[in-house]
Design a protein around this ligand. Sequence first.
Ligand code: THU
Length: 139
Amino acid sequence: MDKKLAEEMIELAIGQLQYSYTPYSGFKVGAALLTKDGKFYTGCNIENAAFTPTNCAERTAFFKAVSEGEREFRAICIVGGKDGILTEYAAPCGVCRQVMMEFCDPETFQIILATGKEQYEIFTLKELLPQGFGPTNLA
Ligand code: THU
């Protein structure tokens, strides 16, 4: 992943913070997902008064993409923070890591965690979900 592409994804993810619906936690998350053929799908977290229906930003992006027919992904960028202020990396929750495991190669899928365009780190899915359980386990 070159720096220009990473920065583009960070900008897209930050742009999602304005749509994040968080009346309960105030913790705003934005995500930008890149398909293998170069298309972007964005997402924000969407909370709910009943709490458990809350959807994370990463899953919003994945479900938008999968529901449009996408099946192959290269990378996702995630940003987040209380009141939308980015001070620390917002790492994906376990459920979102598992959703990534369904559609992504853990060895190559890249997860960009950022607090700004100049401050980011890139991890593979395997680094964030070692020994993950995925479709190949059922093959
Ligand atoms: N959240 C995400 O959007 N992604 C994650 O991976 C972690 C948590 C959201 C869910 C909820 O709206 C808020 O952050 C606090 O948990």
